[in-house]
Design a protein around this ligand. Structure first.
Ligand code: 4NP
Length: 152
């Protein structure tokens, strides 16, 4: 399963979700089955590394953070991934604007898999990376459970 995490800037939430999902997949012995990457809807931070707040919160929770560089989602990504996963409704709107359509039903929000589907707040504006981490973990745990059971 090839998963593309998407947010506005690709420096806070989506790289966090990329590294958390990869971490969980490794813990579950599913590293070979789950490939994960991330991208932005905007061009604001193209080429930048993950935000210091994201790197700090990942380190605090012992999740390995790689050297991702922000890139923008392209229409061609639709064929390269099985799931395209935004963090909030604004992301979903922008993802659909870039892709044009979703004939295979690949576009979701990360918390769609949780018991309480909702947006993940943007720590670029809130400054609260811990709350974002808790929401990202909730979504990634729910997604990995679905992948393990063949429901995603
Ligand atoms: P992200 O947060 O979408 O979670 O990566 C943001 C990062 C940068 C900006 C906005 C949101 N920005 O305006 O540059």
């Amino acid at each position: 399963m090839r998963v593309l995490m998407v947010c506005l800037g690709n420096i806070c939430r989506s790289p966090m979700a990329e590294y958390v999902l990869r971490h969980l997949a490794e813990q579950e012995g599913m590293a070979g089955e789950v490939r994960v990457d991330s991208a932005a809807t905007s061009r604001y931070q193209i080429g930048e590394t993950p935000h210091m707040g994201t790197r700090r919160v990942l380190a605090a929770h012992k999740v390995r953070c790689g050297n991702h560089r922000a890139r923008q989602l392209t229409k061609g990504d639709y064929g390269r991934y099985d799931l395209i996963v935004g963090m909030d409704e604004e992301n979903r709107y922008d993802i659909m604007r870039i892709l044009g359509s979703d004939p295979l039903g690949k576009v979701y929000l990360l918390l769609d898999w949780s018991e309480h589907p909702r947006d993940i707040a943007d720590p670029w504006y809130t400054g609260d990376f811990e709350t974002t981490y808790a929401d990202v973990l909730e979504g990634c745990e729910a997604l990995i459970a679905c992948l393990r059971e063949g429901r995603a």
